[in-house]
Design a protein around this ligand. Structure first.
Ligand SMILES: *[C@@H]1O[C@H](CO)[C@@H](O)[C@H](O)[C@H]1NC(C)=O
Ligand SMILES: *[C@@H]1O[C@H](CO)[C@@H](O)[C@H](O)[C@H]1NC(C)=O
Ligand SMILES: *[C@@H]1O[C@H](CO)[C@@H](O)[C@H](O)[C@H]1NC(C)=O
Ligand SMILES: *[C@@H]1O[C@H](CO)[C@@H](O)[C@H](O)[C@H]1NC(C)=O
Ligand SMILES: *[C@@H]1O[C@H](CO)[C@@H](O)[C@H](O)[C@H]1NC(C)=O
Ligand SMILES: *[C@@H]1O[C@H](CO)[C@@H](O)[C@H](O)[C@H]1NC(C)=O
Ligand SMILES: [Fe+2]
Length: 463
């Protein structure tokens, strides 16, 4: 253990850190009182002015390759236009795409008109402007398409999970926006609005969440993972169709990757192949998700997309008391594939704290051999829990002691992370805490690609 590393870490964290079994548990303790949701009249929930003005505007990738975008928005007073007007920067040629809109009911709530409009055949690496609310109150936004899928294009992802809509959530989003390492796309780890924590799952809190995050979601795609707070399963008030508000409001390009449900799918974006898994849909053997994933992994061509990233809500490696072992059944089903296909990194949310694992696997156990502890495995991914977006449930602070060997770093603070792919061998990763300045990283790691450069890149063994 290099003392230099220790000194640098202590300096960076500006807090007392302790090594147990090689891992680090930061002793930073933030105030523990639960944080409140921002009140309905907060500036971030402001309804855009004008008759039937589009609100809650958000975009996501619309195909596998990154040449399509799905634009979604809500109009409250009337259906309004389904058209998206769009054009390339500096081009006078305006194009039109047409979508569809629907309303839904949840107990005694009726939604506005929720519009979804795919735009296809976009050019790579290009800035586009777009307008929604055509013919009424028009609102204009812009986005950048990703570079062409391929190994030698740098690309930077932001990571946010369990955001909710508290004052802390607003600080997390602000830190993400002001981070000097600009994220180009958000990989969102599930649990969006936390509307289900309100009586009757008051769906107006889905609307406020949509308005709150619009300042980012309208301008860069957020890639959606579903969490338990998207279930909205409430049989006592007659709401028995799981995921109803989420599926009506948020789209994913699941069909393009051969998936049969919106909750699991994959996309390519620049140098990355991203597989999104569903912790709350069936994943056992013979289920649709299982058979899809079994066929999905062999399709990944690391010459084309060197970086293989998996997103899920419930983490497999988690040493907090909260949600302990909840990811275990999925881990048992899928972990051998993750090792075989050399997944680089797995991002999860759910636990309201931060944790990064060593490269470990736990795939030898066969019920009788007793080999049931995680072991160091250079073919295994690093597991990162980033459920620290700042929702009203507060932080998970209790951890299992001593810190398990698989846990490289853990801290109960709110924040977000950045995964910045440099080329086919290297990616730089940083975790940013809300209590620090925008550029400060509370935890960092240089990732070496598992397919092209599978050296030991763990932070505790390099000195
Ligand atoms: C668009 O025009 C601006 C201002 O003239 C220029 O800076 C920019 O490079 C142009 N963009 C493209 C894609 O041509
Ligand atoms: C829905 O029902 C609850 C409980 O009766 C009530 O408090 C709430 O105001 C109602 N909301 C609407 C939109 O009617
Ligand atoms: C949320 O953050 C933004 C940007 O920092 C700020 O302008 C706004 O006042 C904040 N709103 C609340 C309710 O905290
Ligand atoms: C993998 O991708 C590379 C680069 O796009 C391509 O040349 C090669 O044919 C692909 N391999 C397979 C098996 O499809
Ligand atoms: C956390 O640990 C403390 C001390 O062991 C205990 O009193 C408390 O109930 C624990 N909280 C949770 C949520 O497990
Ligand atoms: C890839 O990026 C890393 C980090 O920036 C750099 O050290 C390395 O030389 C790069 N590799 C190539 C082949 O450019
Ligand atoms: Fe969760």
């Amino acid at each position: 253990m290099g003392s230099l590393v220790l000194i640098v870490l202590v300096f960076v964290l500006n807090s007392f850190v302790m090594f147990i079994n090689g891992g680090i548990t930061s002793k930073y303790v933030r105030r523990l009182e639960g944080t409140l949701d921002m009140p309905l009249d907060s500036d971030v929930f402001h309804i855009p002015p004008g008759y039937n003005a589009p609100q809650q505007v958000h975009i996501t990738q619309g195909d596998v390759e990154g040449k399509a975008v799905i634009v979604s928005w809500v109009t409250q007073e009337a259906t309004g236009s389904n058209t998206v007007l769009y054009w390339k920067e500096n081009s006078s040629k305006k194009l039109k795409a047409h979508g569809k809109s629907k309303t839904y009911k949840f107990f005694n709530y009726t939604s506005g008109h929720i519009h979804h409009c795919p735009i296809r055949k976009l050019e790579y690496d290009t800035k586009y402007y777009y307008v929604v609310g055509v013919g009424q109150t028009e609102r204009k936004f812009w986005f950048f398409t990703p570079p062409e899928v391929g190994p030698d294009v740098p690309y930077t992802f932001g990571l946010i999970g369990d955001l909710g809509q508290t004052f802390d959530s607003n600080i997390t989003l602000t830190h993400y926006e002001k981070n000097p390492t600009k994220g180009q796309t958000v990989l969102y780890l599930g649990d969006l609005s936390y509307a289900d924590t309100y009586p009757y799952h008051d769906n107006t809190r889905w609307d406020t969440w949509g308005r709150f995050v619009e300042r980012s979601t309208a301008y860069q795609p957020w890639i959606w993972t579903t969490g338990n707070h998207e279930l909205d399963f409430a049989p006592k008030i007659g709401e028995t169709k799981p995921f109803k508000p989420f599926t009506r409001r948020y789209r994913t390009p699941y069909r393009s990757s051969g998936s049969t449900e919106t909750f699991w799918y994959s996309i390519k974006r620049g140098p990355a192949y991203i597989i999104v898994l569903a912790s709350y849909s069936a994943y056992g053997k013979y289920t649709p998700q299982y058979t899809w994933l079994e066929e999905e992994f062999p399709k990944v061509n690391r010459t084309e997309t060197p970086w293989l990233i998996v997103l899920m809500h419930s983490p497999w490696y988690n040493s907090y008391d909260y949600h302990y072992m909840e990811g275990e059944t999925m881990r048992v089903m899928y972990e051998p594939w993750f090792v075989k296909y050399k997944v680089d990194v797995v991002f999860a949310g759910h636990v309201h704290a931060y944790e990064r694992s060593e490269r470990v696997s736990n795939i030898e156990y066969n019920v009788v051999n007793g080999i049931c502890s995680p072991v160091k495995d250079l073919s295994a991914p690093v597991y990162i829990t980033i459920g620290d977006g700042g929702n009203l449930e507060g932080l998970a602070t209790n951890m299992t002691e001593p810190q398990p060997k698989y846990s490289a770093f853990r801290e109960a603070s709110f924040g977000h992370a950045i995964f910045s792919i440099k080329n086919k061998t290297h990616a730089h990763y940083g975790w940013h805490r809300n209590q620090d300045g925008y550029a400060v990283k509370g935890d960092t790691m240089w990732f070496c690609n598992r397919f092209w450069h599978p050296i030991d890149d763990s932070t505790s063994s390099d000195s």
